[in-house]
Design a protein around this ligand. Sequence first.
Ligand code: TRP
Length: 446
Amino acid sequence: MTTRILTGITTTGTPHLGNYAGAIRPAIVASRDPQADSFYFLADYHALIKCDDPARIQRSRLEIAATWLACGLDADKATFYRQSDIPEIPELTWLLTCVSAKGLLNRAHAYKASVDKNVEAGEDPDAGVTMGLYSYPVLMAADILMFNAHKVPVGRDQIQHVEMARDIGQRFNHLFGNGKELFTLPEVVIEEDVATLPGLDGRKMSKSYDNTIPLFGSAKQLKDAVARIVTDSRAPGEPKDPDNSHLFTLYQAFSTHEQQAAFRAELLGGLAWGEAKQRLFELLDNELGEARERYHALITRPADLEDILLAGAAKARRIATPFLGELRESVGLRSFREQVQVASEGKKKVAKAARFVSFREDDGFRFRLLDAAGEQLLLSIAFADGKAAGQVTKRLQADELDLHAELNAFSVRLDGEAVAYSPEFSTDAERDAAMQRLREALAPQE
Ligand code: TRP
């Protein structure tokens, strides 16, 4: 069994060395595991919540896409796409919004922080709070639930959001699943041993502290940034303390144990800080040089990036489109055409209907017949197109039913060919009862 791993990257900035060590590098390593089915996407709808500068949104999407590919993400193995290329996501967001308790969202940290800040400043509590910010966790739940992800690797600040996705998914399952788990409930994954890099000043590397080292700037920009790393004032020849030097911490994140041991010895032996910076620069340049070239090649071919991302979106939608169809069905958004109404024992009153649900899969178009309680009565073979599937559903309602008991199931035939199968049953009696129920469900209306 493969594990589906899904995570989103909000596209508001340019990736820096801290993002690389803390998120990009471990995610790409994880995606190479043969047991992993990885979904990585650019959370550009989320970016709109935080940023109203179109040029910056566009630039960031391009840079982040190029960064992941340059760092070695295999877009043929993983599913790599832009959130905004999947129209099923906003549609699912609405279905989920309708079952999300307002009280749950009132407790979201990001929203609460804005409210607290406003209250402290004596402003209206909701000043400057958009519905986007408020509903952020519902959109994120849709990202996760759309693909039935098992594991969601995120930073600590996102744990609450994944828990909310579970809550919302569970509520939807309860309301509309008819005992079936429509949504897989996701588990959060916090990578404990992933490097959190210090920035130039020793605090956590973060854009908001303006202490980052660029990932794919030129070699000169990298060198200049390394030169600005704050060190203590020990002169050349004086022993340096590696364990109290964030320059050494940065070195550790990219080196082998032997390299670390050698560098430690040099620092203890009095290596000048200028020399130490040169060592770190060389190490980083070595680690990033090739990827930097790939990055710049990609950035100059945005049309190719577009193609890669659109192919990723098509791959993702092969899952999202039929699944959303099923979810629409489950809440009662169903085609009138495919509805079979069953007259109840001679009375005029129309009984709760059995219904056909058609959907598309990799191998073609299929339909299910569900009884009034949502229980599956039949699953069809794959048809070449929706029209062929539709014709079969019509004939099943009009013609005499031709049912054949198979091992522990039964088939429905048209012109001697099996066109649909029942689920499997554990006893013949159950199978025969199901055949009877099917006959009743498809009996012509009075
Ligand atoms: N909110 C996440 C962040 O800012 C990004 C994100 C959006 C995400 N949708 C997601 C992460 C779904 C994991 C799963 O980091």
